[in-house]
Design a protein around this ligand. Structure first.
Ligand SMILES: *Cc1c(COP(=O)(O)O)cnc(C)c1O
Length: 389
């Protein structure tokens, strides 16, 4: 019987030493030696999978990548230094002067910056479609459209995009479907099952899950990943062996961590849903979420993020953050420690007010990354801060 993905995430080991370490050792080396000229020639000619140089490959990086390939049900993968280098490489490998990229409008702030500020420098056009209006997607496809890019759930508004619908659309128009699966993680949602050609991740978030290292990864079809590998091997966004070693260990607990994050988040969402200081609470697995039926179809649970709008707007948002006693105020998400953030003044501050409104980011929007502390303590802290708003 073939092992299940979560077993592979625990058991895959790329150990090239003859020692018998139970935990994979750290291969902190920039390059690798060969016994003789012939072995070295063969490695450079791609006739073997021997490691040559850690910008190309490294055992720790390969181990992390292999686990992600198994978890996402992909054919191949390449790991990068950050989530943004994964996103950027996935664009620059396939898009050229004259091509068009179709993206959902609610995307991570730096991805928005790449699309609107840098891609035009290379003659790459782009346009946005509303995540919650799938009927707009087909009309937005142009003759020169090459790729569809999306995040689901979206950050920070938690819109859910129907992967089955977009997967079929991409197939019909022969477009590369590229999905940022950072918010859900592969233990909750598998975009490749719905036709995604590429899946990108910020490993910095839930995949590490403990706020220690930066990392990114792209998985997908073998021939596409090979092109990404060749682009990255020359341009240099490689994941460091140390970070890969940390991340590979993190994946061993991803499934159990995400299950508990989601249980805590659902409990908090239910408890706060009708709070008098809150006007709009979002969690994908609450029945009044506008895309609840899509969420429950394509996700195993609702994930670890809860969003709500404070009736008091910007001023209440600041008071809420200032009155938290336990939750961290930090520019990250997906940690064992619960985190509160205020997108309008931080991650999405570079967007204009109109752009923010288009992606449902109100001035009072608060995003909670629900951690693994006792849910009673998380809820207590949020409620006492809400009282002071
Ligand atoms: C954080 C994040 C990124 C960027 O990842 P980094 O590791 O910070 O470069 C991309 N997409 C989403 C959805 C994110 O949350």
């Amino acid at each position: 019987m073939e092992q299940k993905p979560i077993t592979k995430a625990i058991r895959i080991q790329t150990d090239r030493t003859n020692e018998m370490e139970h935990s994979t050792p750290l291969f902190l080396t920039s390059s690798f030696c060969f016994d003789n000229a012939e072995d070295m020639r063969a490695a450079f000619a791609d006739e073997t999978d021997d490691n040559i140089y850690s910008r190309f490959s490294n055992p720790n990086v390969q181990e992390f990548t292999d686990k992600m390939v198994a978890l996402e049900g992909a054919e191949a993968g390449y790991s990068t230094a950050t989530g943004m280098s994964a996103v950027f490489a996935s664009f620059m490998t396939f898009l050229k002067n004259g091509d068009h990229l179709l993206s959902c409008s609610a995307i991570f702030g730096s991805t928005h910056t790449i699309i609107t500020k840098y891609l035009p420098k290379y003659g790459i056009e782009s346009s946005y479609v509303n995540a919650s209006k799938p009927e707009e997607w087909e009309a937005a496809i142009r003759p020169n459209t090459k790729m569809i890019y999306l995040e689901t759930p979206t950050n920070p508004g938690l819109d859910i995009i129907d992967l089955d619908f977009v997967g079929k659309l991409a197939k019909k128009h022969k477009l590369i479907l590229n999905v940022d699966n950072c918010f859900a993680t592969p233990v909750c949602q598998l975009p490749i099952q719905y036709g995604a050609d590429l899946v990108v991740h910020s490993a910095t978030k839930w995949l590490d899950g403990q706020g220690r290292v930066l990392g990114g990864v792209i998985v997908g079809k073998k021939e596409l990943i090979n092109d990404i590998y060749l682009f990255c091997r020359s341009t240099g966004p490689a994941l460091s062996p140390f970070n890969a070693w940390v991340l590979s260990k993190s994946l061993e607990t991803l499934d159990v961590r995400m299950e508990r994050h989601a249980v805590n988040a659902l409990h908090i969402a239910k408890e706060l849903e009708n709070h008098n200081k809150i006007s709009q609470l979002r969690y994908p697995f609450l029945p009044d979420h506008p895309q609840y039926s899509i969420a429950t179809k394509q996700m195993k649970n609702g994930g670890g993020i809860v969003c709500f709008n404070l009736k008091g707007g910007l001023e209440s948002g600041r008071k809420f953050l200032d009155n938290l006693q336990m939750l961290s105020l930090t520019a990250n998400l997906g940690d064992t420690r619960s985190i509160a953030s205020h997108p309008a003044s931080t991650t999405h501050a570079k967007l204009t007010e109109a752009e923010r409104q288009a992606v449902n980011i109100t001035s009072g929007l608060i995003r909670i990354s629900v951690g693994l502390e006792s849910v009673d303590d998380i809820l207590y802290d949020i409620k006492q801060a809400l009282e002071k708003c």
